[in-house]
Ligand binder design. Structure first.
Ligand SMILES: Cc1cc2nc3c(=O)[nH]c(=O)nc-3n(C[C@H](O)[C@H](O)[C@H](O)COP(=O)(O)O)c2cc1C
Length: 174
């Protein structure tokens, strides 16, 4: 696949087959996530790899909506970044997420972004603090999102030639 085909084929996959992920592919995805670009090259991002089934199930139930897909995931990668080092930590962590999401699709794995920052758990507690406590994360390292990863049970239909709203692309001025 060339780069355009990789982008065209990418979808958020929410159905995994509950089987273990190939370790080499997982390592490659983690490598891509941790070497993604960061503002001023400050390398603010850390990744927490979660493969323990019990923890993955707990994460699948952490929000009222939007997290259930984690249930059959083979792994979850929690992306955190150092807010004391850079005020671009959200951008840094987002790029890491996007790179790993795209890379996993290109390598035949399914993945989906599961938002944590600004979200609450089922009891109404801010997930930033909940996750910091659960995973021993220091205060300055802020959770952004979790990438759910797994062997694909169902890859949503690829939308060929995704509709491009050219009106959103402005020529010289808005
Ligand atoms: C910032 C961001 C947050 C997202 N949060 C969630 C989420 O919490 N749960 C979920 O199931 N999908 C989440 N998604 C996935 C989007 O719903 C998905 O990318 C969108 O519907 C388009 O579908 P596609 O990725 O298959 O093209 C998120 C995506 C982004 C970029």
């Amino acid at each position: 696949m060339n780069i355009s085909e990789i982008f065209e084929n990418r979808r958020s996959v929410r159905k995994y087959d509950d089987t273990p992920i190939d370790e080499e592919i997982l390592k490659e995805i983690l490598k891509i996530g941790i070497t993604s670009p960061t503002g001023n090259n400050l390398k603010t991002v850390d990744l927490i790899l979660i493969q323990d089934k019990k923890t993955i199930i707990e994460l699948s139930e952490i929000r009222k909506i939007g997290t259930k897909l984690l249930k059959t995931a083979g792994a979850a990668i929690l992306v955190i970044a150092d807010s004391s080092k850079s005020n671009l930590w959200i951008e840094d962590a987002s790029i890491s997420m996007a790179y790993m999401h795209l890379a996993s699709d290109a390598m035949g794995l399914g993945s989906c972004w599961v938002q944590m920052r600004t979200r609450e758990d089922v009891n109404g507690n801010g997930l930033e603090q909940v996750l910091q406590e659960k995973f021993n994360i220091p205060k300055h390292m802020k959770p952004l999102a979790i990438l759910a990863l797994g062997n694909i049970d169902n890859h949503p239909k690829v939308v060929k030639q995704r509709e491009v709203d050219w009106q959103k692309i402005h020529d010289e001025k808005y």
